[in-house]
Design a protein around this ligand. Structure first.
Ligand SMILES: [Fe+2]
Length: 381
């Protein structure tokens, strides 16, 4: 009997030893770039010794296959590979291969309208009965159901609860893998995201206009007729980044401008801590936003849903800015709405779909069960 067990053990060892899984890519995700009609960033993790190459070709013509070498960054045994793929044709389906893994994506059309999915904090709540694993799994299922035929995904921060736990990042990427492997996403840095892992994993290399050494915190891109600017609101912005933001917003001639940041300049409730931060953010940002015709500011952090009426200098103003706060994770807070809220929802995980064409920008917010809760439309000037 002992002899039989020994033989079985040797056989198992040989079988598992032959399959070298260490080099297999995981946490594969696509990041938004400055020009999503002609470029894409593909990011993955693998063993440090894994090959750094990725193969890309139009899905209908593999004779045009190109080999691209990814940039590799390693920290604490985590190796992240980031391939910046440029020179792509607009509105075209591509396939990519990393080792044995095959995925696909479609580049952006240059005109004709588009849509995107907006989500607030995916952050799990460790005080709930459901485990962090279960909460991420539910979040991933909701993401798969809500993403529909949108072109990309925006997340306003707090992707994890504890940014120093690599396991949480793994759970986040694993939950989103069936979406992020073919639709690019971009995120604003939340207070719970702050760690060197964020810098390692949230690689936005294709934003040439981002302020130096702050590329994962401040960046902008145009998608058809909309300008998007992403801001790190964890600290009151420093002068260099502020100058970049001013230049960036004033240089845009897009029909619509959307800013995304984690903390809101207008809080959802009058809870003191949220409001004192909001006052500081208004002092720093509101003028530059108003002077440059920002239409919508996407925010999160407060674990409630809020869409404000258009606001300028703390008053309702039809030429003002709409602040839209999302929440997609299980963590939720209650509280009462401020008078400037046009829609306010608590204890509900929601997602918002934006549709934009040359004439109008419209959004609809749904519960994860698919019930429409809010809608709003802006018209181009
Ligand atoms: Fe949060």
């Amino acid at each position: 009997m002992k002899k039989l067990c020994f033989i079985i053990s040797i056989l198992l060892l040989l079988l598992t030893g032959c399959a070298d899984t260490s080099a297999q890519p995981y946490n594969i995700h696509l990041n938004c770039t400055a020009d999503m009609s002609h470029s894409i960033s593909i990011v993955w993790q693998a063993d440090a010794a894994a090959k750094q190459s990725i193969l890309v070709s139009p899905s209908d013509n593999n004779s045009e296959e190109r080999i691209i070498t990814a940039e590799k960054k390693t920290e604490d045994e985590t190796s992240v590979f980031c391939a910046s793929i440029t020179g792509l044709d607009a509105d075209t389906e591509y396939v990519y291969r990393i080792g044995n893994y095959e995925g696909s994506f479609r580049t952006a059309a240059e005109e004709g309208g588009f849509s995107f999915l907006f989500l607030g904090d995916p952050q799990p709540d460790t005080s709930l009965e459901a485990s962090v694993e279960e909460q991420y799994r539910a979040w991933g299922q909701a993401l798969e159901q809500s993403v529909g035929d949108t072109d990309f995904v925006l997340l306003s921060g707090d992707l994890v609860n504890d940014a120093y736990e690599m396991n949480e990042w793994n759970l986040f990427f694993d939950a989103g893998k069936n979406v992020f492997n073919h639709k690019p996403f971009a995120s604003a840095m939340g207070n719970h995201d702050k760690s060197s892992y964020y810098k390692l994993l949230m690689t936005y290399p294709s934003f040439p206009n981002a302020p130096k050494n702050m590329e994962d915190e401040y960046y902008s891109f145009d998608y058809q007729n909309v300008h998007f600017a992403v801001v790190n609101s964890n600290n009151i912005i420093d002068d260099e980044a502020y100058a970049w933001l001013e230049d960036d917003l004033s240089a845009s001639a897009a029909d619509f401008t959307i800013v995304m940041m984690h903390h809101s300049p207008y809080s959802a409730t009058s809870f003191l801590r949220d409001e004192s931060r909001a006052v500081k953010l208004r002092e720093r940002f509101e003028t530059v936003f108003l002077e440059n015709s920002v239409d919508i500011v996407l925010v999160g952090h407060e674990h409630r849903y809020m869409r404000t009426k258009p606001l300028a200098n703390e008053k309702i103003d039809e030429n003002g800015i709409v602040y839209l706060m999302g929440v997609s994770g299980a963590k939720s807070y209650d509280g009462g709405a401020n008078e400037y809220s046009d829609c306010f929802i608590i204890n509900e995980q929601v997602y918002t779909v934006f549709n934009i064409n040359s004439k109008e920008l419209s959004m609809k917010t749904y519960t994860n069960a698919g019930e429409e809760m809010d809608s709003f439309t802006l018209f181009a000037d």
